[in-house]
Ligand binder design. Structure first.
Ligand code: DQA
Length: 151
């Protein structure tokens, strides 16, 4: 069986395609999921793709990844900038984490320039729209394949 990569999406990412398309693009979350599943197959990874508007769901899913998933890709949306609970869960599961944002958070409002999630991440990919998820999967495939690089 291929290693499982959990791809988590936070609040308002269910609205992709309609929501501020000049910032987030025209791809829907379903389009991005389909792309990730396909990319995962090529990388011999099983993709488990989820979205919730609730911080509690995201914390639960991160906790459940322990012993089940090989790595986590996360776009926590606005919770990236506020949630110490998600940061603590990511630190607790001791899995490789790659953070993704569709937009380049460093050229936007000041409050988006800091991410709590980033403290738990091996690396951050932002500014490449939906393609960033494919880049994150490639990065995590390498981390999963190389035990020394893991976290
Ligand atoms: C986002 C950036 C966040 O600041 C914002 O709250 C989002 C989306 C992104 O993917 O660019 O919801 O995470």
């Amino acid at each position: 069986m291929d290693p499982i990569i959990l791809i988590l999406n936070g609040p308002n990412l269910n609205l992709l395609g309609e929501r501020e398309p000049e910032i987030y693009g025209r791809q829907t979350l379903a389009d991005i999921e389909a792309m990730c599943v396909e990319r995962g197959k090529a990388l011999a990874l099983e993709v488990d793709f989820r979205q919730s508007n609730s911080e509690g769901d995201l914390v639960e899913w991160v906790q459940q990844a322990r012993g089940r998933a090989a790595g986590i890709v996360i776009n926590a949306g606005a919770l990236s900038h506020t949630s110490i609970a998600i940061l603590d869960a990511l630190l607790a599961v001791e899995l490789p984490v790659v953070e993704v944002h569709l937009s380049n958070i460093f050229r936007r409002e000041h409050f988006r320039r800091h991410s709590h999630v980033a403290r738990a991440a091996k690396g951050v990919i932002c500014g490449f729209g939906g393609q960033g998820y494919a880049l994150a999967l490639e990065a995590i495939a390498r981390l999963v394949g190389d035990k020394d690089q893991g976290r």
